[in-house]
Design a protein around this ligand. Structure first.
Ligand code: GDP
Ligand code: MG
Length: 439
Protein backbone atom coordinates (compact mmCIF):
# COMPACT_ATOMS: atom_id res chain seq x y z
CA UNK A 1 0.00 0.00 0.00
CA UNK A 2 2.75 2.40 0.91
CA UNK A 3 4.14 1.52 -2.50
CA UNK A 4 0.95 2.53 -4.23
CA UNK A 5 1.06 5.80 -2.40
CA UNK A 6 4.64 6.18 -3.58
CA UNK A 7 3.51 5.55 -7.15
CA UNK A 8 0.84 8.16 -6.92
CA UNK A 9 3.34 10.67 -5.55
CA UNK A 10 5.68 9.78 -8.38
CA UNK A 11 3.04 10.52 -10.96
CA UNK A 12 2.51 13.87 -9.35
CA UNK A 13 6.23 14.47 -9.23
CA UNK A 14 6.48 15.00 -12.95
CA UNK A 15 3.81 17.68 -12.92
CA UNK A 16 4.62 21.32 -12.60
CA UNK A 17 1.27 22.14 -11.10
CA UNK A 18 -1.15 20.72 -8.59
CA UNK A 19 -4.47 20.61 -10.40
CA UNK A 20 -7.78 18.95 -9.85
CA UNK A 21 -7.00 16.54 -12.65
CA UNK A 22 -3.56 15.41 -11.62
CA UNK A 23 -4.23 14.87 -7.92
CA UNK A 24 -7.08 12.43 -8.45
CA UNK A 25 -4.78 9.42 -8.34
CA UNK A 26 -2.98 10.68 -5.29
CA UNK A 27 -6.28 11.42 -3.57
CA UNK A 28 -7.48 7.92 -4.32
CA UNK A 29 -4.39 6.55 -2.64
CA UNK A 30 -4.86 8.76 0.38
CA UNK A 31 -8.40 7.48 0.61
CA UNK A 32 -7.19 3.92 0.34
CA UNK A 33 -4.49 4.47 2.95
CA UNK A 34 -6.98 5.92 5.40
CA UNK A 35 -9.47 3.11 4.89
CA UNK A 36 -6.71 0.56 5.32
CA UNK A 37 -5.80 2.30 8.56
CA UNK A 38 -9.40 1.72 9.65
CA UNK A 39 -10.53 5.28 9.53
CA UNK A 40 -14.30 5.40 9.23
CA UNK A 41 -15.57 5.83 5.67
CA UNK A 42 -17.52 9.01 6.34
CA UNK A 43 -14.55 10.53 8.07
CA UNK A 44 -12.37 9.55 5.13
CA UNK A 45 -14.72 11.15 2.64
CA UNK A 46 -14.83 14.44 4.50
CA UNK A 47 -11.08 14.39 4.95
CA UNK A 48 -10.27 13.68 1.31
CA UNK A 49 -12.62 16.42 0.21
CA UNK A 50 -10.91 18.91 2.47
CA UNK A 51 -7.49 17.89 1.17
CA UNK A 52 -8.68 18.21 -2.39
CA UNK A 53 -9.89 21.74 -1.78
CA UNK A 54 -6.70 22.75 -0.03
CA UNK A 55 -4.41 21.11 -2.56
CA UNK A 56 -6.21 22.47 -5.59
CA UNK A 57 -6.30 25.94 -4.18
CA UNK A 58 -2.67 25.83 -3.08
CA UNK A 59 -0.32 28.19 -4.78
CA UNK A 60 2.30 26.13 -6.54
CA UNK A 61 5.60 26.98 -5.03
CA UNK A 62 8.36 27.12 -7.56
CA UNK A 63 11.24 24.84 -6.72
CA UNK A 64 9.13 22.50 -4.62
CA UNK A 65 8.05 19.23 -6.17
CA UNK A 66 4.24 19.02 -6.37
CA UNK A 67 4.24 15.56 -4.82
CA UNK A 68 6.10 16.89 -1.81
CA UNK A 69 3.80 19.82 -1.55
CA UNK A 70 0.84 17.50 -1.76
CA UNK A 71 2.09 15.09 0.87
CA UNK A 72 2.68 18.00 3.17
CA UNK A 73 -0.87 19.20 2.68
CA UNK A 74 -2.20 15.71 3.46
CA UNK A 75 0.01 15.34 6.48
CA UNK A 76 -0.71 18.81 7.85
CA UNK A 77 -4.42 18.29 7.42
CA UNK A 78 -4.22 15.01 9.33
CA UNK A 79 -2.31 16.63 12.15
CA UNK A 80 -4.74 19.51 12.13
CA UNK A 81 -7.80 17.30 12.37
CA UNK A 82 -6.30 15.24 15.16
CA UNK A 83 -5.80 18.29 17.29
CA UNK A 84 -3.68 19.10 20.26
CA UNK A 85 -0.53 17.38 21.38
CA UNK A 86 -0.58 16.35 24.97
CA UNK A 87 -3.97 17.74 25.98
CA UNK A 88 -3.85 17.87 29.77
CA UNK A 89 -6.13 16.07 32.18
CA UNK A 90 -8.73 18.20 33.88
CA UNK A 91 -7.77 19.75 37.18
CA UNK A 92 -10.59 20.88 39.45
CA UNK A 93 -10.40 24.23 41.21
CA UNK A 94 -11.67 22.49 44.28
CA UNK A 95 -10.16 19.02 44.59
CA UNK A 96 -10.82 16.24 44.19
CA UNK A 97 -10.65 16.21 40.42
CA UNK A 98 -12.96 13.45 39.24
CA UNK A 99 -12.14 11.39 36.18
CA UNK A 100 -14.69 8.96 34.80
CA UNK A 101 -13.52 6.11 32.57
CA UNK A 102 -15.91 4.86 29.90
CA UNK A 103 -15.69 2.31 27.14
CA UNK A 104 -16.48 -1.19 26.00
CA UNK A 105 -15.29 -4.29 27.82
CA UNK A 106 -11.72 -5.29 27.19
CA UNK A 107 -10.63 -1.96 25.74
CA UNK A 108 -8.28 -1.32 28.62
CA UNK A 109 -10.27 0.87 31.03
CA UNK A 110 -9.03 -0.77 34.19
CA UNK A 111 -5.46 -0.83 32.95
CA UNK A 112 -5.73 2.81 31.88
CA UNK A 113 -7.14 3.73 35.29
CA UNK A 114 -3.96 2.44 36.91
CA UNK A 115 -1.78 4.01 34.23
CA UNK A 116 -3.33 7.43 34.84
CA UNK A 117 -3.03 7.01 38.60
CA UNK A 118 0.67 6.23 38.25
CA UNK A 119 1.13 9.15 35.88
CA UNK A 120 -0.55 11.54 38.33
CA UNK A 121 1.32 10.13 41.26
CA UNK A 122 4.58 10.90 39.51
CA UNK A 123 3.38 14.48 39.42
CA UNK A 124 2.82 14.31 43.17
CA UNK A 125 -0.93 14.25 42.78
CA UNK A 126 -2.54 11.80 45.19
CA UNK A 127 -5.11 9.40 43.74
CA UNK A 128 -7.93 7.14 44.67
CA UNK A 129 -9.17 4.51 42.21
CA UNK A 130 -12.80 3.50 42.50
CA UNK A 131 -13.93 0.01 41.43
CA UNK A 132 -17.50 0.05 40.15
CA UNK A 133 -17.35 -2.98 37.86
CA UNK A 134 -19.47 -5.34 39.92
CA UNK A 135 -20.35 -7.62 37.03
CA UNK A 136 -17.14 -9.38 36.15
CA UNK A 137 -16.03 -11.56 39.06
CA UNK A 138 -12.36 -10.65 38.90
CA UNK A 139 -12.72 -6.98 37.97
CA UNK A 140 -12.45 -5.59 41.49
CA UNK A 141 -9.48 -7.82 42.30
CA UNK A 142 -7.78 -6.69 39.12
CA UNK A 143 -7.92 -3.09 40.25
CA UNK A 144 -6.81 -3.97 43.78
CA UNK A 145 -3.80 -5.83 42.37
CA UNK A 146 -2.88 -2.91 40.17
CA UNK A 147 -3.35 -0.55 43.11
CA UNK A 148 -0.90 -2.53 45.23
CA UNK A 149 1.58 -2.53 42.40
CA UNK A 150 1.59 1.26 42.05
CA UNK A 151 0.78 1.98 45.70
CA UNK A 152 -2.47 3.77 45.01
CA UNK A 153 -5.50 3.06 47.24
CA UNK A 154 -8.62 1.47 45.78
CA UNK A 155 -12.14 2.15 46.99
CA UNK A 156 -14.53 -0.79 46.65
CA UNK A 157 -17.70 -2.08 48.26
CA UNK A 158 -17.70 -5.64 46.98
CA UNK A 159 -19.71 -6.96 44.10
CA UNK A 160 -23.15 -6.72 45.67
CA UNK A 161 -23.17 -2.96 45.92
CA UNK A 162 -24.73 -0.57 43.46
CA UNK A 163 -22.18 0.98 41.05
CA UNK A 164 -23.66 4.47 41.34
CA UNK A 165 -23.49 4.23 45.12
CA UNK A 166 -19.89 2.99 45.00
CA UNK A 167 -18.89 5.93 42.83
CA UNK A 168 -20.66 8.41 45.07
CA UNK A 169 -19.09 7.06 48.25
CA UNK A 170 -15.69 6.77 46.62
CA UNK A 171 -15.73 10.46 45.79
CA UNK A 172 -16.99 11.29 49.27
CA UNK A 173 -14.07 9.41 50.81
CA UNK A 174 -11.55 11.16 48.57
CA UNK A 175 -13.00 14.53 49.55
CA UNK A 176 -12.81 13.63 53.21
CA UNK A 177 -9.22 12.44 52.94
CA UNK A 178 -8.10 15.42 50.88
CA UNK A 179 -7.13 13.28 47.94
CA UNK A 180 -6.35 15.17 44.78
CA UNK A 181 -7.82 12.99 42.03
CA UNK A 182 -10.43 10.24 41.94
CA UNK A 183 -10.48 7.93 38.95
CA UNK A 184 -13.72 6.01 38.60
CA UNK A 185 -13.29 2.76 36.69
CA UNK A 186 -16.52 1.43 35.25
CA UNK A 187 -17.92 -1.76 33.79
CA UNK A 188 -18.03 -2.20 30.06
CA UNK A 189 -20.02 -4.50 27.83
CA UNK A 190 -18.93 -6.28 24.71
CA UNK A 191 -21.27 -4.11 22.74
CA UNK A 192 -23.04 -0.86 23.33
CA UNK A 193 -26.12 -1.66 25.35
CA UNK A 194 -28.79 0.40 27.03
CA UNK A 195 -28.06 -0.92 30.55
CA UNK A 196 -24.43 0.03 30.38
CA UNK A 197 -25.18 3.46 28.96
CA UNK A 198 -27.88 4.02 31.55
CA UNK A 199 -25.57 3.09 34.40
CA UNK A 200 -22.76 5.26 33.09
CA UNK A 201 -25.11 8.19 32.73
CA UNK A 202 -26.26 7.72 36.32
CA UNK A 203 -22.70 7.54 37.62
CA UNK A 204 -21.85 10.63 35.69
CA UNK A 205 -24.82 12.47 37.09
CA UNK A 206 -23.99 11.35 40.61
CA UNK A 207 -20.30 12.31 40.67
CA UNK A 208 -20.14 15.15 38.11
CA UNK A 209 -16.73 14.27 36.68
CA UNK A 210 -14.35 16.95 35.39
CA UNK A 211 -13.07 14.59 32.74
CA UNK A 212 -14.99 11.79 31.06
CA UNK A 213 -12.54 9.74 29.07
CA UNK A 214 -13.60 7.29 26.42
CA UNK A 215 -11.18 4.39 26.26
CA UNK A 216 -10.89 3.11 22.71
CA UNK A 217 -8.98 0.06 21.57
CA UNK A 218 -6.91 1.08 18.54
CA UNK A 219 -7.80 -2.26 16.95
CA UNK A 220 -11.49 -1.33 16.95
CA UNK A 221 -11.31 -0.19 13.35
CA UNK A 222 -14.31 1.18 11.54
CA UNK A 223 -16.54 0.77 14.59
CA UNK A 224 -14.60 3.42 16.49
CA UNK A 225 -16.69 6.07 14.79
CA UNK A 226 -20.07 4.68 15.86
CA UNK A 227 -18.79 3.95 19.28
CA UNK A 228 -17.56 7.48 19.75
CA UNK A 229 -20.77 8.95 18.42
CA UNK A 230 -22.95 6.91 20.77
CA UNK A 231 -20.85 7.52 23.87
CA UNK A 232 -20.52 11.18 23.09
CA UNK A 233 -24.21 11.70 22.40
CA UNK A 234 -25.43 9.69 25.37
CA UNK A 235 -22.81 10.38 28.01
CA UNK A 236 -20.79 13.32 26.77
CA UNK A 237 -17.06 12.77 26.71
CA UNK A 238 -14.29 15.29 27.25
CA UNK A 239 -11.44 13.27 25.79
CA UNK A 240 -10.21 9.83 24.85
CA UNK A 241 -7.46 7.36 25.51
CA UNK A 242 -6.37 5.21 22.59
CA UNK A 243 -5.09 1.88 23.86
CA UNK A 244 -3.09 -1.00 22.36
CA UNK A 245 -1.13 1.23 20.06
CA UNK A 246 1.78 -1.13 20.62
CA UNK A 247 -0.06 -3.54 18.32
CA UNK A 248 0.05 -3.37 14.57
CA UNK A 249 -2.96 -1.12 14.23
CA UNK A 250 -2.30 1.94 12.17
CA UNK A 251 -4.27 4.07 14.57
CA UNK A 252 -6.99 5.22 12.22
CA UNK A 253 -9.36 5.18 15.17
CA UNK A 254 -7.61 8.33 16.38
CA UNK A 255 -8.85 10.25 13.38
CA UNK A 256 -12.38 8.88 13.73
CA UNK A 257 -12.61 9.59 17.45
CA UNK A 258 -11.33 13.09 17.07
CA UNK A 259 -13.33 14.12 14.06
CA UNK A 260 -16.57 12.70 15.41
CA UNK A 261 -16.37 13.97 18.98
CA UNK A 262 -14.17 16.99 18.47
CA UNK A 263 -12.51 16.02 21.75
CA UNK A 264 -8.78 15.51 22.18
CA UNK A 265 -7.06 12.19 22.52
CA UNK A 266 -5.24 12.73 25.76
CA UNK A 267 -3.10 9.62 26.02
CA UNK A 268 -2.03 6.56 24.13
CA UNK A 269 -1.64 3.13 25.71
CA UNK A 270 1.34 1.24 24.39
CA UNK A 271 1.47 -1.96 26.40
CA UNK A 272 0.04 -4.01 29.23
CA UNK A 273 2.35 -2.60 31.88
CA UNK A 274 1.25 0.30 34.05
CA UNK A 275 4.10 2.46 32.76
CA UNK A 276 3.02 1.99 29.15
CA UNK A 277 1.24 5.31 28.74
CA UNK A 278 2.33 8.07 26.39
CA UNK A 279 1.14 11.52 25.46
CA UNK A 280 -0.62 11.77 22.13
CA UNK A 281 1.47 13.12 19.26
CA UNK A 282 -0.73 13.82 16.22
CA UNK A 283 2.22 14.03 13.81
CA UNK A 284 3.44 10.55 14.72
CA UNK A 285 0.02 9.02 14.29
CA UNK A 286 -0.45 10.93 11.03
CA UNK A 287 2.62 9.21 9.59
CA UNK A 288 1.48 5.90 10.94
CA UNK A 289 -1.96 6.31 9.41
CA UNK A 290 -0.44 7.17 6.07
CA UNK A 291 1.54 4.00 6.48
CA UNK A 292 4.91 5.45 5.71
CA UNK A 293 7.59 5.54 8.32
CA UNK A 294 9.43 8.20 6.44
CA UNK A 295 6.52 10.52 5.82
CA UNK A 296 7.80 12.86 8.49
CA UNK A 297 11.17 13.13 6.85
CA UNK A 298 9.48 13.82 3.55
CA UNK A 299 7.35 16.46 5.14
CA UNK A 300 10.35 18.10 6.76
CA UNK A 301 12.14 18.07 3.47
CA UNK A 302 9.16 19.61 1.74
CA UNK A 303 9.03 22.32 4.39
CA UNK A 304 12.71 23.05 3.88
CA UNK A 305 12.27 23.33 0.17
CA UNK A 306 9.23 25.50 0.60
CA UNK A 307 11.26 27.81 2.83
CA UNK A 308 14.09 27.82 0.32
CA UNK A 309 11.77 28.58 -2.56
CA UNK A 310 10.24 31.35 -0.52
CA UNK A 311 13.65 32.82 0.22
CA UNK A 312 14.70 32.56 -3.41
CA UNK A 313 11.52 34.26 -4.51
CA UNK A 314 12.06 37.00 -1.98
CA UNK A 315 15.59 37.47 -3.17
CA UNK A 316 14.51 37.70 -6.80
CA UNK A 317 11.98 40.33 -5.80
CA UNK A 318 14.63 42.29 -3.98
CA UNK A 319 16.93 42.24 -6.96
CA UNK A 320 14.18 43.37 -9.28
CA UNK A 321 12.92 45.94 -6.81
CA UNK A 322 9.53 44.20 -6.71
CA UNK A 323 9.95 43.86 -2.97
CA UNK A 324 6.86 45.48 -1.43
CA UNK A 325 5.40 46.13 2.00
CA UNK A 326 3.80 42.69 2.04
CA UNK A 327 7.21 41.10 1.67
CA UNK A 328 8.58 43.48 4.23
CA UNK A 329 5.90 42.48 6.71
CA UNK A 330 6.53 38.82 6.04
CA UNK A 331 10.23 39.30 6.71
CA UNK A 332 9.51 41.23 9.86
CA UNK A 333 7.34 38.45 11.19
CA UNK A 334 10.07 35.98 10.41
CA UNK A 335 12.49 38.18 12.29
CA UNK A 336 10.29 38.18 15.31
CA UNK A 337 10.54 34.43 15.40
CA UNK A 338 14.21 34.39 14.71
CA UNK A 339 15.65 37.14 16.81
CA UNK A 340 17.34 40.23 15.54
CA UNK A 341 16.72 42.35 12.52
CA UNK A 342 20.42 42.60 11.78
CA UNK A 343 20.70 38.84 11.75
CA UNK A 344 18.27 38.43 8.91
CA UNK A 345 19.39 41.41 6.89
CA UNK A 346 22.81 39.85 6.91
CA UNK A 347 21.38 37.03 4.85
CA UNK A 348 20.72 39.48 2.05
CA UNK A 349 23.81 39.91 -0.13
CA UNK A 350 25.63 43.08 0.71
CA UNK A 351 23.54 43.82 3.77
CA UNK A 352 26.16 42.49 6.11
CA UNK A 353 28.05 45.71 5.43
CA UNK A 354 25.01 47.79 6.31
CA UNK A 355 24.03 46.25 9.59
CA UNK A 356 24.25 48.37 12.68
CA UNK A 357 22.46 51.18 14.41
CA UNK A 358 20.72 52.40 11.31
CA UNK A 359 18.87 49.17 10.70
CA UNK A 360 18.48 47.87 14.21
CA UNK A 361 16.10 50.06 16.08
CA UNK A 362 14.66 47.47 18.34
CA UNK A 363 11.37 45.92 19.18
CA UNK A 364 9.44 49.17 19.58
CA UNK A 365 10.37 50.38 16.16
CA UNK A 366 9.40 47.03 14.68
CA UNK A 367 6.03 47.11 16.36
CA UNK A 368 5.33 50.64 15.14
CA UNK A 369 6.33 49.74 11.64
CA UNK A 370 4.16 46.67 11.68
CA UNK A 371 1.19 48.70 12.91
CA UNK A 372 1.65 51.18 10.08
CA UNK A 373 1.88 48.46 7.44
CA UNK A 374 -1.18 46.80 8.90
CA UNK A 375 -3.11 50.03 8.40
CA UNK A 376 -2.24 50.20 4.71
CA UNK A 377 -4.60 48.96 2.04
CA UNK A 378 -3.62 46.06 -0.19
CA UNK A 379 -2.78 48.44 -3.03
CA UNK A 380 -0.68 50.65 -0.83
CA UNK A 381 1.35 47.72 0.38
CA UNK A 382 1.96 46.55 -3.14
CA UNK A 383 2.73 50.02 -4.39
CA UNK A 384 4.33 52.26 -1.77
CA UNK A 385 4.45 55.10 -4.31
CA UNK A 386 0.74 55.62 -3.70
CA UNK A 387 1.63 56.70 -0.19
CA UNK A 388 4.60 58.74 -1.26
CA UNK A 389 2.31 60.81 -3.47
CA UNK A 390 -0.76 61.18 -1.30
CA UNK A 391 -0.86 63.04 2.04
CA UNK A 392 -4.49 61.96 2.72
CA UNK A 393 -3.45 58.32 2.38
CA UNK A 394 -0.54 58.87 4.76
CA UNK A 395 -2.84 60.57 7.25
CA UNK A 396 -5.28 57.68 7.10
CA UNK A 397 -2.49 55.18 7.78
CA UNK A 398 -1.16 57.38 10.58
CA UNK A 399 -4.59 57.55 12.21
CA UNK A 400 -5.13 53.86 11.84
CA UNK A 401 -1.86 52.98 13.51
CA UNK A 402 -1.73 55.70 16.13
CA UNK A 403 1.32 57.37 14.56
CA UNK A 404 1.95 60.74 12.95
CA UNK A 405 1.82 61.44 9.25
CA UNK A 406 5.51 62.25 9.56
CA UNK A 407 6.22 58.69 10.75
CA UNK A 408 4.42 57.22 7.76
CA UNK A 409 6.33 59.53 5.43
CA UNK A 410 9.56 58.47 6.99
CA UNK A 411 8.73 54.78 6.69
CA UNK A 412 7.86 55.12 3.02
CA UNK A 413 10.98 57.14 2.25
CA UNK A 414 13.23 54.73 4.09
CA UNK A 415 11.60 51.77 2.49
CA UNK A 416 11.94 53.21 -1.01
CA UNK A 417 15.56 54.12 -0.35
CA UNK A 418 16.31 50.68 1.04
CA UNK A 419 14.74 49.02 -1.93
CA UNK A 420 16.83 51.16 -4.25
CA UNK A 421 19.97 50.23 -2.38
CA UNK A 422 19.13 46.57 -2.47
CA UNK A 423 18.57 46.74 -6.18
CA UNK A 424 21.87 48.49 -6.77
CA UNK A 425 23.72 45.95 -4.70
CA UNK A 426 22.02 43.17 -6.55
CA UNK A 427 22.95 44.51 -9.94
CA UNK A 428 26.39 45.58 -8.86
CA UNK A 429 27.07 41.93 -8.13
CA UNK A 430 28.78 41.74 -4.80
CA UNK A 431 32.18 40.17 -5.27
CA UNK A 432 32.14 36.49 -4.42
CA UNK A 433 28.43 36.42 -3.73
CA UNK A 434 27.11 35.08 -7.02
CA UNK A 435 27.84 31.42 -6.53
CA UNK A 436 26.45 31.20 -3.05
CA UNK A 437 22.90 32.15 -3.79
CA UNK A 438 20.18 29.53 -3.78
CA UNK A 439 17.96 29.02 -6.79
P1 GDP B 1 -11.33 -3.21 30.53
O1 GDP B 1 -12.26 -4.34 30.36
O2 GDP B 1 -11.72 -2.08 29.64
O3 GDP B 1 -11.17 -2.79 31.93
O4 GDP B 1 -9.91 -3.70 30.01
P2 GDP B 1 -8.62 -4.14 30.82
O5 GDP B 1 -7.96 -2.97 31.42
O6 GDP B 1 -8.99 -5.24 31.74
O7 GDP B 1 -7.70 -4.68 29.65
C1 GDP B 1 -8.05 -5.75 28.79
C2 GDP B 1 -6.80 -6.40 28.27
O8 GDP B 1 -6.10 -5.51 27.43
C3 GDP B 1 -5.82 -6.80 29.35
O9 GDP B 1 -5.25 -8.02 29.02
C4 GDP B 1 -4.78 -5.69 29.33
O10 GDP B 1 -3.53 -6.14 29.78
C5 GDP B 1 -4.76 -5.36 27.86
N1 GDP B 1 -4.33 -4.00 27.60
C6 GDP B 1 -4.80 -2.83 28.11
N2 GDP B 1 -4.17 -1.76 27.58
C7 GDP B 1 -3.26 -2.23 26.71
C8 GDP B 1 -2.28 -1.64 25.84
O11 GDP B 1 -2.12 -0.41 25.73
N3 GDP B 1 -1.53 -2.49 25.08
C9 GDP B 1 -1.68 -3.83 25.16
N4 GDP B 1 -0.90 -4.59 24.37
N5 GDP B 1 -2.57 -4.42 25.94
C10 GDP B 1 -3.36 -3.66 26.72
MG1 MG C 1 -12.18 -3.35 33.62
Amino acid sequence: LAERLEDAWKKLRGQDKISQANIQDALKEVRRALLAADVNLQVVKAFVKEVETKATGAEVISGVRPDQQFIKIVHDELVDVMGETNAPLAEADNPPTIILMAGLQGTGKTTATAKLALFLQKQKRSCLMVATDVYRPAAIDQLITLGKQIKVPVFEMGSDANPVEIARQGVAQATEQGIDTVIVDTAGRLQIDADMMGELAQIKKAVQPHDTLLVVDAMTGQEAANLTRTFHEEIGITGAILTKMDGDSRGGAALSVRSISGKPIKFVGVGEKVEALQPFYPDRIASRILGMGDVLTLVEKAQEEIDMADAAQMQAKILEARFDFNDFLKQMRLLKNMGSLGGVLKLIPGMNKLSGADLEKGEVELKRTEAMINSMTKQERENPDLLAKSPPRRRRVANGSGRLERDVSELVTKFTRMRGMMKQMGQGGMPGMGGGMPG
